[in-house]
Design a protein around this ligand. Structure first.
Ligand code: NAP
Length: 329
């Protein structure tokens, strides 16, 4: 390898156009070699913009100028194509979460490890240094003994034909936005956390959940509540509540690169440094490839374990949820 990691993109998704492809083009250690679409004209439009080859899904996996497949496909399609990419010998950066069901996520992680390849779910927010600063605050005892976490990711209704409203593609708010506060709770409270209560608001017409809440608890008795949905004014935050103080972070999961984060600890506003979490995520993946890592590397195995746990927790939320009787008009 030359010191530059070559990406192929499976699916000409809007998020790829708006965020991931510009980041891959801009980063000094990554380049875009090819994009694939079910529609040749769409692939050609993306290829012209990002100066790369245009191809189909199977053809992209057969190319030998691609080291990594970035996969922004709807959730229900991810396992099949993650597996195909790994079997074609490519590292995989897949949109989050990895799969609808925990057994499928575990299977994919095993496959990556057995093939000596990398597999990450593309949660971007853990790459922003603001969360490390929150962890330092906790470790230093600024909040006293931690008693509770609350995380929310809520957005206004999406366009009616959005893939997130399509049941057959794995749509729904829990697996699209609910997984962010779930993952934040995992990262800040530790993996030993389980779901003890949940409710989902199901849009009966579409057959997908559009809002929900869950209550989780750690082994040490720290309580976590999460809220999520597609039917709300925008909220993207978490707060931590200790015996001595509470801290709150807004725009916690999707801060733009120029966003100046502020950590609020009681009445004090602590300014934090802005950071480009997409560039950081892309750079971190490229560095892992260049370092010859696979899913067996301890840091990668940890990321994979978190990725699997997110899918397990989401399944626990679904199982706990009382869906009967809730209807959207
Ligand atoms: N990590 C993050 O921060 C973040 C943020 C936003 C979104 N995302 C993720 O990015 C992914 C794409 O979201 P988006 O808003 O960009 O959606 P989108 O524009 O609808 O993209 C989905 C793509 O999947 C491909 N696809 C393959 N089979 C399909 C099918 N049967 N129906 C529909 N599409 C199909 C399509 O590509 P072709 O037509 O080219 O084949 C389509 O462009 C989602 O999985 C979402 O979770 C991640």
């Amino acid at each position: 390898m030359t010191g530059v990691v070559r990406f192929g993109v499976l699916g000409c998704a809007s998020f790829a156009w708006r965020r991931m492809l510009p980041a891959l083009r801009a980063h000094p250690r990554t380049e875009v070699a090819a994009v694939a679409s079910r529609e040749p004209a769409k692939a050609a439009r993306f290829a012209a913009e990002f100066r790369c080859a245009a191809t189909g899904y199977d053809e992209l996996l057969g190319r030998d100028d691609i080291d990594v497949v970035y996969l922004p496909l709807p959730l229900a399609l991810r396992p099949r194509w993650i597996e195909a990419a790994l079997r074609a010998g490519k590292h995989v950066l897949a949109e989050k979460p990895l799969a609808l069901r925990p057994w499928d996520a575990r299977r994919l992680v095993r496959l990556a490890a057995n093939h000596g390849l990398l597999l990450r779910d593309n949660f971007l927010f853990p790459h922003h240094p603001q969360h490390a600063q929150v962890r330092e605050l906790l470790a230093a005892g600024r909040l006293g003994r931690l008693r509770a976490f609350h995380g929310s990711f809520c957005i206004p209704p999406l366009p009616p034909h959005d893939v997130r409203y399509r049941r057959e593609l794995g749509g729904g708010a829990l697996l699209d936005v609910g997984v962010y506060p779930l993952r934040a709770a995992q990262l800040l409270l530790g993996g030993d956390i389980r779901v003890v209560g949940a409710s989902l608001l199901v849009d009966d017409r579409r057959g997908v959940d559009v809002a929900g809440q869950a209550l989780l608890v750690t082994k040490d008795g720290v309580l976590a509540t999460i809220g999520f949905g597609f039917e709300h004014s925008y909220e993207c935050s978490y707060s931590l509540h200790g015996t001595a103080a509470a801290a709150r972070l807004d725009r916690a999961y999707t801060p733009p690169a120029d966003w100046r984060p502020v950590l609020r600890i009681e009445d004090e506003a602590v300014p934090l440094e802005p950071a480009d979490q997409i560039a950081a995520a892309v750079g971190s993946f490229a560095d892992a490839v260049l370092a010859g890592r696979s899913a067996r590397h301890p840091a990668e195995a940890r990321w994979c374990a978190h990725a699997v746990r997110t899918v397990e927790l989401a399944e626990q939320v679904r199982e706990m949820a009382i869906t009967g009787g809730w209807r959207v008009a």
